[in-house]
Design a protein. Structure first.
Length: 550
């Protein structure tokens, strides 16, 4: 793909998909600016950077990260927070190689590889017919094949984090007729973002997804050459064998081949399952077959999405493209009538006492208690659960989402009690950044909106509290603050990072009179060269000129 087409597609994809799919990051307002003259400026800025050949000429910022829960208990994924223009530069580089990468992969019609098949259409990069749902349905069909008696389920340990950048560079350089300059630029960019550590792709980026798939091309081809019956979604493998001996042999071949690329399988999640009985249960849905096989890897799906009614029509199964939750979900899914019936006789009091008396929270029991409390409309239990979340903080996003989605049923007294308990996480305890972000958002909307708590937290915010939390607090304060509060926030500008500066400028533009913001904006224009920041200021200048001329 030529550079102009790659830049155009990168911009359109970011407008459609955003910068990342990691739930902790909100969709930034900057993306709404990408149109008309701003889009032309962005495209030209990207082209000017890519036409040169050094990391300095790319003019990218270091990326920050936020830890986000993975599937396993006490396990986290290091998710990247990339500046909008930098993400578009990264994607523009990778898209120049994407068609060749896709050509070198096993053909999608062969039903081996179901993840991120490059097929751009209207700003969408990947073929929508190849996704986690189609992978799961394929596993279901294969598992019911009479010749398949054993299924191996495994995934690569810390796939994105442990991907060797020098090996990736070699793979990309080996593609036929590859532009070596583009490969070198990608490598320099990734080394810069990894602090020269030589490992790791930024998690959450579509560019990283394309490169991750490229890194496994030779592994996939090796498995085919060994006549291994398998399928894959990202780092999640399934082998379909006739007997246990064959399954073990195939697994050993995979382990050996992955080691040559610097990868290792996650032994704690590797299972070899007897599926001979599944062959006789022909009415099983793909979800039920897969539940019988294994709980899936963090790069695929939240297991709560597998709790489908066995009578659900196949056409109604949503197509799942990607996700980052696992054993500890972050979203509360509305209960089905079938689930409510099953929870009718659940003993809430007994379960609550067991959790209170335990040292740690057991995930399945906690999720069941949340669901039962809502199914039986015992909403006061949710207030009690907030008190014990310090036993397992990773459950906080899920609990808050359950409360938020049922807030109309929660009494005013419980609202006050929950708010006071959550405030302690902001002012008294040392908490992970992702937890702080979810609490801040909780206080920014709906029945639990609390400007006082948010503004007090903003005043006390320390720079070492995280790379994203400052922006998150400002986003929630934007519709709540008055002129005097914005003037106080404005004084923070000189100490703010670029994400925060844009948000502060936006709040000043919304809440402060033209006469007061004009000198502030004039100073910023003389110092900053960020496209999005300057657009906020230029829009103000244009509106002011139009007013004067009228």
């Amino acid at each position: 793909m030529d550079i102009n087409s790659a830049i155009t597609l990168a911009i359109e994809n970011v407008k459609k998909d955003g910068l990342t799919d990691v739930d902790v990051f909100a969709l930034p307002f900057e993306l709404s600016m990408i149109k008309d003259d701003v889009q032309i400026k962005i495209a030209q800025a990207i082209k000017d950077c890519l036409n040169q050949n050094s990391i300095k000429s790319l003019r990218v910022s270091p990326i920050s990260h936020i830890l986000f829960p993975k599937k396993e208990l006490f396990d986290f994924r290091k998710c990247a927070h990339i500046q909008p223009l930098d993400e578009m530069k990264y994607l523009s580089l990778v898209l120049q190689l994407a068609p060749k990468i896709e050509t070198m992969r096993i053909k999608k019609e062969n039903k081996y590889i179901f993840s991120y098949r490059f097929h751009p259409e209207k700003g969408i990069l990947f073929d929508q017919n190849y996704n986690y749902t189609s992978f799961r349905e394929h596993v279901s069909r294969k598992s019911k094949n009479k010749e398949v008696n054993v299924v191996v389920s495994c995934d690569i340990s810390n796939f994105y984090d442990r991907l060797n950048l020098h090996r990736l560079e070699s793979i990309l350089a080996s593609l036929p007729n590859t532009d070596k300059k583009v490969v070198a630029q990608i490598n320099e960019l990734l080394l810069f973002w990894s602090n020269r550590d030589s490992y790791g792709l930024p998690v959450g980026s579509n560019a990283s997804r394309i490169l991750a798939e490229a890194s496994l091309i030779e592994v996939d081809n090796y498995l085919i050459s060994k006549k291994i019956d398998f399928c894959r979604f990202v780092d999640d493998y399934r082998f379909f064998a006739s007997n246990a001996a064959t399954a073990h042999h195939w697994l050993s071949l995979l382990v050996d081949r992955l080691s040559k690329e610097g990868f290792f399988i996650n032994t704690s999640k590797t299972e070899i399952k007897d599926v001979s009985q599944i062959n006789h249960e022909v009415d099983l849905t793909p979800a039920r077959v897969e539940m019988k096989l294994l709980a899936f890897s963090a790069e695929t799906i939240n297991p709560t999405n597998l709790e489908e009614d066995t009578n659900q029509d196949k056409k109604n199964i949503s197509k799942i493209i990607r996700g980052y939750s696992g054993l500890i979900p972050t979203k509360f899914r509305k209960l089905t009538e079938n689930e409510k019936r099953k929870l009718r006789f659940f003993n809430i009091e007994k379960s609550l006492e067991e959790i209170k008396s335990s040292v740690m929270i057991e995930p399945k029991k906690f999720i069941q208690l949340i669901k039962a409390s809502i199914a039986k409309e015992n909403f006061s239990t949710l207030t009690e659960l907030v008190s014990i979340l310090n036993k397992f903080p990773q459950f906080l996003p899920y609990t808050l989402d359950a409360i938020k989605k049922n807030e109309t049923e929660i009494s005013d007294n419980d609202v006050l009690e929950i708010s006071e308990k959550l405030k302690k996480w902001l002012v008294e305890w040392n908490s992970s950044e992702f937890i702080l972000v979810y609490i801040v958002r909780f206080f920014g909307q709906g029945k639990f909106t609390n400007k006082t708590i948010l503004f007090e937290y903003f005043r006390s915010l320390r720079r070492n509290e995280g790379s994203y939390i400052g922006r998150a607090v400002l986003e929630q304060l934007e519709p709540l603050v008055n002129r005097g509060e914005v003037l106080e926030i404005r004084d923070y500008y000189s100490r703010a990072d670029l994400w925060e500066k844009r948000q502060i400028a936006r709040m000043v533009d919304i809440h402060i009179t033209d006469g007061e913001k004009r000198p502030f904006f004039k100073n910023i224009l003389s110092l900053e060269d960020d496209i999005f920041l300057n657009n906020i200021l230029n829009c103000f200048s244009q509106k002011r000129q139009n007013t004067i001329s009228e």
